[in-house]
Design a protein around this ligand. Structure first.
Ligand code: GLV
Ligand code: MN
Ligand code: MN
Length: 395
């Protein structure tokens, strides 16, 4: 099975995997990446932002064709989101090597750091830093749930944080990037079918990524005793938080977009005390960026508080010529899906690098969940597709 060598890493008792950037499970996967690359005689390097690169023919003339994805996961997520792209890339390189093929220009496999933002809150952090979409000082000061900064987490993992920041020389070396990823959701196709399952196809390409953002809303309360404070005398931020959660859902439904609160924090978190503060995080996405912003404005107005933007990614349209090349490599006509999920491919695309994506069928569409799944035969079809793409793009 394609993913079996990684399956146990960061496994939760409840069945999912938790692999946060720069923490033990992700470091184990980084070691796996380096060992797998070495076994294929690829040259491994870590860039200043902690992204891992495995090069084949790194000193060949010309600009590079790059494939890859990420190793980290959301908390209690599935094992396919991210690693499938890397395991498939190594499998593709292995079969190309075995066939006697060699690239005529540099070829790289990249694992971007902290794609999910699961630990430090800012999704696609490694690719955003690389492209200069986020300021190094801001990134290094981000903290995890235990108050550990990104700078401290990198240092503890043996990575020098002083190299964090935009890397235009590295970007200039990349001619094109293709990310293979498990399909997420059952997105509509132009003919009305839903997802690759509806289309009856194991592999598709991505058309665009919907604009999406994350916001934090902080609500202040007056801490007091749960058994001695009359209801009328309370300033309880948890009530406002609950209203906020309901308003996010209501506004999303009014606007016909997606709005989610998947994370809240109540301080200090005592059963028998009125909270001193409460925070909720809003994830909003949809086809139309104006509506996404409108959701946040509506929630702010209804709650009477401001939301702090933590990240924003504009609508991302994948490169038509590269996508046509990808489709041609895998047999011509392929289903083309929009993505409601963000990807490093989107961040590189917004930085002007031609990018495309391959999706491998996920029968239920469930993702960011232990139930995330692809059939082995479809994963193998994904490897074959990526192999054909590499052969076409780097011959
Ligand atoms: C990344 O998976 C996202 O949350 O879009
Ligand atoms: Mn992913
Ligand atoms: Mn994800």
């Amino acid at each position: 099975m394609l993913l079996s060598e990684l399956s146990g890493v960061g496994r939760d008792p409840a069945g999912g995997v938790t692999r946060f950037a720069w923490a033990a499970a992700e470091l184990e996967l980084r070691s796996w990446f380096s060992a797998r690359a070495a076994s294929l005689r690829l040259d491994v390097e870590t860039d200043g932002n902690g992204n891992l690169w495995a090069w084949w023919g790194g000193s060949l003339p010309g600009t590079a064709f790059v494939v890859g994805s990420h190793l980290d996961s959301v908390r209690s997520g599935g094992e396919w989101d991210g690693p499938l792209g890397l395991v498939s890339a190594f499998a593709a390189v292995s079969s190309l090597r075995d066939s006697g093929w060699t690239p005529t220009r540099p070829l790289a496999i990249v694992a971007f750091a902290e794609e999910e933002g699961g630990r430090f809150g800012l999704a696609c952090l490694g690719s955003r830093l690389l492209t200069g979409a986020v300021e190094p000082a801001h990134a290094l000061g981000l903290v995890d749930d235990s108050g550990v900064t990104l700078a401290a987490a990198m240092t503890a993992a043996g990575h020098d944080p002083s190299g964090v920041g935009a890397d235009p020389a590295r970007l200039a070396k990349i001619d094109a990037f293709v990310e293979l990823h498990i399909e997420q959701g059952r997105m509509p196709l132009p003919d009305g079918a839903r997802g690759l399952a509806g289309a009856g196809r194991p592999v598709g390409v991505a058309r665009e990524i919907w604009p999406h953002g994350r916001w934090r809303i902080d609500l202040a309360g007056v801490p007091d005793h749960a058994g001695t404070t009359a209801l009328a005398d309370r300033v309880d931020p948890v009530l406002a938080m609950a209203e906020g959660i309901v308003e996010v859902r209501r506004a999303a439904s009014e606007l016909g977009i997606l709005g989610t609160v998947g994370r809240v924090r109540v301080m200090p978190g005592a059963v028998n005390a009125i909270a001193s503060s409460a925070s909720l995080w809003v994830d909003a996405r949809g086809q139309d960026p104006d509506r996404v912003h409108e959701l946040v404005t509506l929630v702010e107005r209804r709650l009477g508080v401001a939301a702090a933007l933590e990240s924003w990614t504009d609508v991302t349209r994948f490169d038509a010529a590269l996508t046509a090349d990808v489709a041609a490599a895998i047999g011509g006509e392929v289903p083309s899906l929009p993505s409601g999920a963000g990807h490093d491919a989107g961040v590189l695309s917004l930085a002007g690098i031609p990018t495309a994506m391959l999706f491998v069928r996920n029968p239920t569409g469930v993702s960011h969940s232990p139930e995330e799944h692809a059939e082995e035969a479809d994963a193998v079809a994904g490897v074959a597709a990526l192999t054909a793409v590499i052969r076409r793009m780097a011959s």
